[in-house]
Design a binder for this molecule. Structure first.
Ligand SMILES: [Ca+2]
Ligand SMILES: [Ca+2]
Ligand SMILES: [Ca+2]
Ligand SMILES: [Ca+2]
Length: 430
C-alpha cells in the first residue's frame, strides 16, 4: 500500500523551495540562459546535456534528447529501508523535466539552472520543485562512449539511509563499469546532498542508473543534471594514448605526521595552511590554530559508515592531530599545494568533510594551474541547511589541456577559512 512514507521528501522539497523563495531574484534568469552547448573538448570533457532548453513537464516514458534515449523508468515495485514497500504505480514511470530554479539558491554549484531531469509521478510548475522517485532508468547512447558522468541530488539519512544508487555501464549487454553510492544513515532525515556519478575507462553503449536496498529495488528521491558523455572517437581526436592514470590511495603509508612537505605518487604536497582566517560565525583562527602538517590518518572506522568512500584504511588530512589506529579526526584544511612530477590533463580526488553548522557557506576550491595560471576549477559551497557537523562526501575534479600543479583551499566570504577535510584516491591522468 502506498503510505505517507513516500512523501516526507516531497514536503521537505517544498520547504526548501519556500525558504529559498525570499532570496529568489524577482527578475529570474531562466529566459536568458544559453541553449545546449556544442560538442566540447578540454574543460567540459564531452557532450553536455543540461536539460535547460527543454520545456518543464512530463516527457512520457521514453525521451530522445541530445544523443541519448532515456527509457524504462521505474516500472517495478520494491522496498524502503524501514520495511515499507512500493508498487510500480506508487513510483510512476515518466521522465520529467523539472524547473528547479529555487534549488540553485541553496545549491549554486549543482548542475545548471533552471532545469533538471527527474522521474515518476509529479512536478511543481515554475521554479519550485519536487524530487521524483527513481527506481531505475536506462540511457541508450546513439554512439558508444568511453566516459560519462552526471550530477545527482537526492535525500539521504532517514528514511533513505542505506539505499544504494548504482550507475552501471554496459557494452553489448556486458557490464564494463560501475559507480555506486550508499546513502548515508547518520540520523536526521531528508537531508539533501549532491554527488557526481561517473564511469569510464571502457567503451560502453548503455547506462543503467538504479537504486537498491539490501539487493532489492528501492526508490530514493533523485534529480540529475549535466550529463556529460565522451564519444569513443573523441579519444582518438584528442590524440589520447591511453596512458594509465596514477592513483594515490595513501594505503601503503604509515599513519602519522608526514611533515610540511611530502612526495607521493607523482606529486609533491606542500604549503599546508600557514595562514589565519575566518569561520562563518565570525570567529577567527591563527596559523597555529590550524597547524601546517600533512597527516596520514588510518580512518578505518570511517569505511563502516562510508563503504564507497576512497579506499580503506588510510586517507590524507591536514593540521595538528590524528588518532592512532582506526579511529579518526578530520583535520583543518585552509590550503594545500600539489606540484605534479609530470603535466596532467585531469585530476580528481574524493573528499569527506563536515557541512551545515558551523561550516555552512564555506567554499572548497580545487584549482588546476599551468605555469601559475589557473586553467580549471571545481568549487563547492558547503550546505547550510540547519543541523551541524554532518559528514558528506564529494569528488573534486578538474580537466584541462595541461596543468602542472593543483591548489585545494577553503574560503568564506572571500577570506581563508578552515573546514575539516580528509581526501583520498587522488587520480592524475597524464
Ligand atoms: Ca518546477
Ligand atoms: Ca540544468
Ligand atoms: Ca587513525
Ligand atoms: Ca585510502
Amino acid at each position: 500500500m502506498p503510505k505517507s512514507v513516500l512523501y516526507p521528501a516531497l514536503l521537505a522539497g517544498t520547504l526548501l523551495a519556500a525558504s529559498a523563495l525570499a532570496a529568489a531574484s524577482p527578475s529570474g534568469e531562466g529566459g536568458a540562459l544559453p541553449g545546449p552547448q556544442p560538442i566540447a573538448t578540454g574543460l567540459s570533457g564531452g557532450m553536455l546535456t543540461d536539460y535547460d532548453d527543454l520545456a518543464e513537464g512530463f516527457k512520457g516514458t521514453e525521451l530522445h534528447h541530445n544523443g541519448v534515449t532515456y527509457r524504462e523508468v521505474n516500472g517495478i515495485g520494491g522496498v524502503f529501508p524501514d520495511g515499507d514497500t512500493f508498487t510500480p504505480d506508487d513510483v510512476g514511470d515518466e521522465l520529467i523535466i523539472e524547473d528547479a530554479g529555487y534549488l540553485f539558491d541553496d545549491f549554486p554549484d549543482f548542475g545548471s539552472t533552471p532545469n533538471v531531469l527527474t522521474f515518476g509521478t509529479t512536478f511543481m510548475p515554475g521554479p519550485n520543485l519536487s524530487l521524483g522517485a527513481l527506481v531505475q532508468v536506462t540511457l541508450a547512447l546513439d554512439t558508444p562512449a568511453t566516459a560519462a558522468s552526471f550530477e545527482a541530488i537526492y535525500y539521504e539519512n532517514g528514511p533513505w539511509g542505506g539505499i544504494q544508487l548504482h550507475l552501471d555501464a554496459y557494452r553489448n549487454g556486458v557490464l564494463v563499469g560501475s559507480d555506486v553510492a550508499t546513502l548515508s544513515d547518520l540520523g536526521d532525515r531528508d537531508n539533501l546532498t549532491t554527488r557526481t556519478f561517473s564511469v569510464g575507462g571502457a567503451t560502453f553503449d548503455t547506462l543503467h542508473f538504479h537504486a537498491t536496498y539490501d539487493g532489492q529495488p528501492s526508490a530514493p528521491r533523485v534529480m540529475i543534471d549535466n550529463l556529460r558523455v565522451t564519444p569513443e572517437d573523441a579519444l582518438f581526436a584528442d590524440g589520447f594514448d591511453g596512458a594509465a592514470p596514477l592513483l594515490a590511495d595513501y594505503d601503503d603509508l604509515t599513519e602519522g605526521f608526514k611533515g610540511q612537505s611530502m612526495h607521493y605518487q607523482g606529486a609533491t604536497y606542500r604549503d599546508v595552511n600557514g595562514i589565519g582566517g575566518v569561520f562563518p560565525d565570525g570567529d577567527t583562527f591563527t596559523p597555529d590554530d590550524v597547524g601546517d602538517e600533512l597527516v596520514i590518518e588510518d580512518a578505518g572506522y570511517l569505511f563502516n559508515d562510508f563503504p564507497d568512500f576512497g579506499s580503506t584504511p588510510n586517507v590524507l588530512t591536514f593540521g595538528t592531530t590524528f588518532m592512532p589506529g582506526p579511529n579518526l579526526s578530520l583535520g583543518a584544511l585552509v590550503q594545500v599545494t600539489l606540484d605534479l612530477d609530470a603535466p596532467a590533463s585531469a585530476a580528481s580526488f574524493e573528499a569527506i568533510y563536515y557541512e551545515n553548522g558551523p561550516w555552512g557557506g564555506i567554499q572548497l576550491h580545487l584549482d588546476a594551474l599551468d605555469g601559475g595560471t589557473v586553467v580549471a576549477s571545481d568549487v563547492v559551497t558547503l550546505s547550510d541547511l540547519g543541523d551541524r557537523d554532518n559528514l558528506t562526501t564529494r569528488t573534486f575534479s578538474v580537466k584541462a589541456a595541461r596543468f602542472d600543479s593543483l591548489h585545494f583551499y577553503a574560503t568564506y566570504d572571500g577570506q581563508p577559512s578552515a573546514p575539516r577535510v580528509m581526501i583520498d584516491n587522488l587520480m592524475l591522468t597524464p
